[in-house]
Write a protein that binds this ligand. Structure first.
Ligand code: BGC
Length: 374
C-alpha cells in the first residue's frame, strides 16, 4: 500500500511539474513599445500586434510613449522590470534607448526593432520593417511616370518641393534618399527645379513627423517662393502625416490653379480620403498587419530559443525578403525581414479592400478601416 501511495505521490509531482512548465510556456509575455498614438499607423500596429500575439497564446504588455523620448525609456524600463520575455520596440528616437537596453541585455531579454532600427546597441537581434529605401524610390518613380519625365527631353520643366520625416527616426533618411536618388538625374538635367533650393534632408526634415510643422513649413515655402505665381507641380512628401499638412497648405495658401502631385506613405484614413478628393495623388502602402505576422513568427522561434534566418519566410504568405546587408545599427549588421510596399492611387483603392483591412463606407465614397465596423 505504502508503495502505491508513494508512486501516486511521485506521479502527482511529475504531473504538477508538467502543468507548471506548460503554464509557464503559455504565459510568455511580450512587451511592445510603440512611439505614439498621435500618428495613425502606430494605433494599427499596436492593435494588430496585440491581437495576433494574444491569439497565439501570449500575454501582451503594450505601451505608447506620446512621442516623448523620456517616456519611452521609462516604458521600456518598466517592461524590463515586469520581466517580459521579449521586447518589440518601435523607437521614437533611434539613438536614445541604448542605455535602457543594457538592462534588457543584463536580464537576457531579446529585442526586436520593429519598423524603426534602434541604433548603437548589440541587444537588438532582428529588425522587422519594410524596404524603406524602396518607399522613396516608389514615390520618385511615381513622379517620373506621372509627369512623363524623359532625360532626353528638357523642353518641359517642372517645379518640385520636398518634405521629409523626423531626423530622429532612422527610416526618414532612407525614404528621402530613395526619392532623391531617383529624382536627382532630372534635377541635375534642369527638368525638375526646386525653387526653394531646399534639396538637403536637414533643410526639409519634419521633427516628430508633425502634420502642423509640415503645414507651417509648406506655408512658408509657398509664401517665399510661389506668391509671385510660380507654379508648384510636385510636393514630394515622405509620409501621410506630413502630406496631410502639405495638402492643407496647398489648399489654403497656394495661389496657382493646378493641383500639384502630392506623395505620401502609409494609407492613413484621412489621406485615403484626400486621394479620393484629389488633394493627394498617391500613398505608398505598407501592410502593417503583415508586419505584425512576420514579427509574431519571428518571436515564436526566438522565444523557443531559435535564431531563424531566411527560412522563416517560407511558411508565411507575406511578400518579404531576408536581408543581412542593408541595416547596420552602429554595432554591426542587424538581420532584417523587409516587407514589400506598393503604390496606391485613386485608381487602385480596391487593392486595400482586398487586404481585408479596409472597406468602402455606406456611400461607397471613402475607405474606412474594417476594425471600426467589426
Ligand atoms: C514609419 C512610417 C511612418 C512614420 C511616421 C516611420 O518610421 O516607417 O510608416 O509614416 O514613421 O509615423
Amino acid at each position: 500500500m505504502k508503495k502505491v501511495i508513494s508512486i501516486l505521490l511521485a506521479l502527482c509531482m511529475v504531473l504538477s511539474l508538467c502543468a507548471f512548465a506548460l503554464a509557464d510556456e503559455e504565459t510568455k509575455t511580450v512587451g511592445i513599445s510603440m512611439p505614439t498614438k498621435s500618428l495613425e499607423r502606430w494605433n494599427r500596429d499596436g492593435e494588430y500586434l496585440q491581437e495576433q500575439f494574444e491569439e497565439a497564446g501570449y500575454e501582451v504588455e503594450l505601451t505608447y510613449s506620446d512621442n516623448d523620448i523620456t517616456q519611452q525609456n521609462n516604458d521600456v524600463a518598466n517592461l524590463i522590470a515586469d520581466g517580459v520575455d521579449l521586447l518589440i520596440i518601435s523607437a521614437i528616437n533611434g539613438e536614445s534607448l541604448t542605455q535602457t537596453l543594457t538592462d534588457a541585455e543584463d536580464a537576457g531579454i531579446p529585442v526586436i526593432a520593429y519598423d524603426r532600427l534602434i541604433m548603437n546597441t548589440d541587444v537588438v537581434s532582428y529588425y522587422v520593417s519594410f524596404d524603406n529605401y524602396t518607399v522613396g524610390v516608389l514615390q520618385g518613380q511615381f513622379v517620373i511616370d506621372t509627369l512623363g519625365l524623359d532625360l532626353e527631353d528638357t523642353s518641359k520643366t517642372y517645379n518640385i518641393e520636398f518634405t521629409a520625416g523626423d531626423p530622429a527616426d532612422n527610416n526618414a533618411g532612407y525614404f528621402f534618399n530613395g526619392a532623391m536618388d531617383t529624382l536627382k538625374p532630372y534635377i541635375d538635367a534642369g527638368i525638375l527645379n526646386v525653387p526653394s533650393g531646399k534639396t538637403e534632408f536637414e533643410q526639409v526634415a519634419t521633427p516628430s513627423w508633425s502634420t502642423d510643422t509640415a503645414l507651417e513649413n509648406m506655408q512658408n515655402t509657398l509664401a517665399s517662393y510661389y506668391s509671385d505665381g510660380t507654379v508648384l507641380d510636385v510636393a514630394l512628401c515622405s509620409n501621410d502625416s506630413t502630406a496631410l499638412g502639405v495638402a492643407q497648405a496647398i489648399s489654403s495658401d497656394y495661389a496657382g490653379d493646378n493641383q500639384p502631385l502630392v506623395t505620401g506613405q502609409d494609407g492613413d484614413i484621412a489621406n485615403l480620403q484626400n486621394i479620393v478628393d484629389g488633394k493627394q495623388t498617391m500613398t505608398v502602402y505598407k501592410n502593417v498587419s503583415d508586419e505584425a505576422i512576420v514579427t509574431l513568427e519571428l518571436s515564436k522561434i526566438m522565444l523557443a530559443g531559435g535564431a531563424p534566418a531566411e527560412e522563416l519566410l517560407d511558411s508565411l504568405d507575406v511578400e518579404a525578403a531576408y536581408d543581412t546587408e542593408s541595416y547596420d545599427n552602429g554595432t554591426g549588421i542587424i538581420p532584417s525581414y523587409l516587407l514589400v510596399p506598393f503604390v496606391i492611387t485613386a485608381d487602385n483603392l480596391d487593392l486595400l479592400v482586398d487586404t481585408g483591412l479596409y472597406e468602402w463606407d455606406a456611400d461607397n465614397q471613402y475607405l474606412v478601416s474594417t476594425a471600426e465596423t467589426t
